[in-house]
Structure formats: structure tokens, C-alpha cells
Ligand binder design. Structure first.
Ligand code: ADP
Ligand code: MG
Length: 349
């Protein structure tokens, strides 16, 4: 398929991320519906060519757990990547629409992500590098697939946004500067699974009280506009605010304290708050699946689910298993044998 921008008719916006935006398009000559990812890059012509060469690998990625690619092309100053359109969207959107995700579905998500990671690494020696609910997609066939993996080193280097690669799903060792490894993806999976099962980002109510951090009088409303200039950061700020309620958790209080005092890096309170969260990830015990559960919070999760998530979130990467090791956990056997119908489930929203 020889893709060119003039053959693509825009249908709707699917969303925006730090690196660019995604639109639903029709490839008019064939009538194929696609998701077109538009990435604004800052690179010379030679590097752009190199990126397109690196993106060729996308063509050879064939797995039931990986969103397939139709191809990539340059549309100056952007690079466009056309991929399979997943009509139920990403799991962050799904839980924000329907609330906490049924643990049987979360088990199937875990299985699909591990199978996808194993395929990418075993067949192509690719590490995903950006596992998070918005990169785990679902369609009305009941399929669960990964997108946005790091195929092109040059593309990662060239994305015209300094904050790309800074993510709240980052493992402690990555935050501390270690090279990406396949085990960093396992950490990000653990955080993502808790987020789906609780219906909120895990770093909020789980922190033990620390008398050193007596910021309880802080009020987030003292900061009317945390980031007036950068729309990408503005989006992330909204995301982060909704994940960390201002009055719950030590980190959130510390963040709001810093923000209201106007301490800032890179010209906005937000960056400081991400750094605060990163400190928290490195210093504090890892979150747990059961962490958000208080009295009246509903039924407990299955023990094998908690064991699995605990294993994903071992802070020491030496102890943490790679995806293949996690596929051997009993929760994954349960997921394989489960008769839960994702297609049926996906028809309810
Ligand atoms: P992020 O993943 O950080 O949210 P992206 O720019 O990668 O940012 O994607 C923006 C949104 O577009 C995602 O949250 C997802 O909901 C949607 N999206 C991405 N790829 C697809 C796809 N292939 N099919 C349907 N929706 C998609
Ligand atoms: Mg994405």
C-alpha cells in the first residue's frame, strides 16, 4: 500500500499525547478506516529518512497482540504513521467512561500485554518503552493490542517535545537513569493494571502518613493556572490532577505546596510535580493492587491477581521477572482458561 496524505480523509480526532495527535481517517482509494498518528519532529532531512527506514520494521510486526501498521510517510514537518483503527479505543478512555475494570478483563489485558511484549522482544528485539493504559487498545472483536512501541531510536530522539519519555509509569531504575530493559515494561504494566482495576491512578491514597510532611493545610485552588503556555503540559496537568486528588496522599499535598509557593522548573509548576512523583516512586514502597481498598470499597481481588501485580512491581529490577516469567504465574493460567467474553463485554460501552 503506497500511502500518501492526499488519499486520507479525516473523519474525527481520536486524541492527543505528548508527542503528537491521532486522527481517524479513511484511505479513500481502498475505503480502509485507519488511525493516523501525526508526530511533529525536529530533525534534519537525513535523520527523517533514517526514521522512515527504522519504521519499516512496523510492516513485519505481525501478532494478534500488536496493532498492525499500514505504513509511514513524511508530511513536513510531521511524520505520519497509519495503523489499524481500534474502535473501542484505549483502556484509559474505557475506564474513564465505565469506571473500574472488572478484574477478569484486567487479567486478559495483562495476558495480552505480556504476549505482545514477548513477541516484540523475541522476534524483533524491541522493548516497548511506553506501556500505559492509553497504549493498550481494544476493538469490538474483543481483541486487546499494544501500540506505540519504540521501533525507531531516531524517532524517539527527534520528537519535538522535551517531556517525551518522562512518564508516571516509569520504573524506579529508569527514573534513576538505568537503560531501558524489558523489565522496565513489566513495572509499567503493574502500575497500569492497578490503575484499570481501581479506576484511578495508584499513587494517591496508599501512602503511609509521614509526620515530616505536614502539608495538610494546603489547597490546590490557590494555583489558578498551573501551566498557561504549553498545551501538551496543560493536558498532562489535567491528567495528573485527576489522578492525584489534591487532598489525598502525601505526594499530592507536597505537590500542591510546591505549586502554591511557585517553585518551578521549566517555567511551570507541573514539571516540579512530576519530579516530586518520580522521587516518590523511587523512595516509597511500590503500590499494591489492594492499596486503594478501604472499608466498603467492594470485594477483594483474587490472591493470584495480587501476587502477579506484586511481582510486576518489585522495585529491584534484578528480582523482577521478565514477561516470559510472568506468563507462568497462575493468574495468567486463569486468564487463558477464562470463559469471560471480551467481545460481549466490549459491546456494553
Ligand atoms: P497517548 O498514548 O499518550 O494518550 P497518543 O498520541 O499516542 O497519546 O494517542 C492519543 C489517543 O489516541 C490515545 O489515548 C488513544 O485513545 C487514541 N488512539 C491511538 N491509537 C489508536 C488506534 N490505533 N485506534 C484507536 N484509537 C487510537
Ligand atoms: Mg499512545
Amino acid at each position: 500500500l503506497n500511502l500518501q496524505d492526499s488519499d486520507l480523509r479525516k473523519l474525527s480526532e481520536l486524541g492527543q499525547g505528548n508527542g503528537g495527535s491521532v486522527v481517524k481517517v479513511e484511505h479513500v482509494p481502498t475505503g480502509t478506516i485507519m488511525a493516523k498518528k501525526i508526530v511533529l519532529i525536529d530533525a534534519k532531512q537525513a535523520v527523517r529518512k533514517q526514521i522512515l527506514r527504522e519504521l519499516e520494521i512496523l510492516h513485519s510486526c505481525r501478532s494478534a497482540y500488536i496493532v498492525s501498521s499500514y505504513g509511514a510517510f513524511m508530511a513536513e514537518p510531521n511524520i505520519c504513521i497509519c495503523m489499524e483503527f481500534m474502535d473501542k479505543g484505549s483502556f484509559d478512555g474505557i475506564y474513564k467512561t465505565i469506571g473500574p475494570i472488572d478484574i477478569e478483563v484486567v487479567a486478559k489485558v495483562a495476558l495480552a500485554v505480556l504476549e505482545g511484549l514477548t513477541y516484540l522482544y523475541d522476534v524483533h528485539r524491541i522493548i516497548h518503552r511506553d506501556i500505559k493504559p492509553s497504549n493498550i487498545l481494544c476493538n469490538s472483536q474483543g481483541e486487546i493490542k499494544l501500540c506505540d512501541f519504540g521501533v525507531s531510536g531516531e524517532l524517539i530522539n527527534s520528537i519535538a517535545n522535551t517531556f517525551v519519555g518522562t512518564s508516571v509509569y516509569m520504573s524506579p531504575e529508569r527514573i534513576q537513569g538505568a537503560e531501558y530493559s524489558i523489565k522496565s515494561d513489566v513495572w509499567s504494566l503493574g502500575i497500569s493494571l492497578i490503575e484499570l482495576a481501581l479506576g484511578r491512578f495508584p499513587f494517591s491514597e496508599s501512602d503511609p502518613y509521614d509526620p515530616e510532611d505536614d502539608y495538610s493545610e494546603e489547597d490546590d485552588s490557590s494555583d489558578p493556572n498551573p501551566n498557561p503556555t504549553n498545551p501538551d503540559l496543560g493536558k498532562t496537568a489535567t491528567h495528573r490532577d485527576s489522578l492525584l486528588p489534591p487532598s489525598s496522599g502525601k505526594t499530592a499535598r507536597r505537590i500542591s505546596k510546591r505549586r502554591s509557593k511557585g517553585v518551578s522548573l521549566h517555567g511551570g509548576g507541573l514539571t516540579m510535580s512530576i519530579i516530586e512523583l518520580m522521587h516518590h516512586i523511587v523512595r516509597e514502597p511500590a503500590p499494591r493492587l489492594s492499596s486503594g481498598k478501604g472499608p466498603g470499597a467492594g470485594a477483594a481481588f483474587p490472591t493470584e491477581a495480587e501476587e502477579f501485580v506484586d511481582a510486576c512491581l518489585l522495585k529491584d529490577p534484578e528480582e523482577r521477572k521478565p514477561p516470559g516469567g510472568l506468563l507462568k504465574f497462575s493468574w495468567m493460567d486463569t486468564a487463558r482458561m477464562s470463559i469471560f467474553d471480551i467481545k460481549e463485554w466490549a459491546s456494553t460501552f
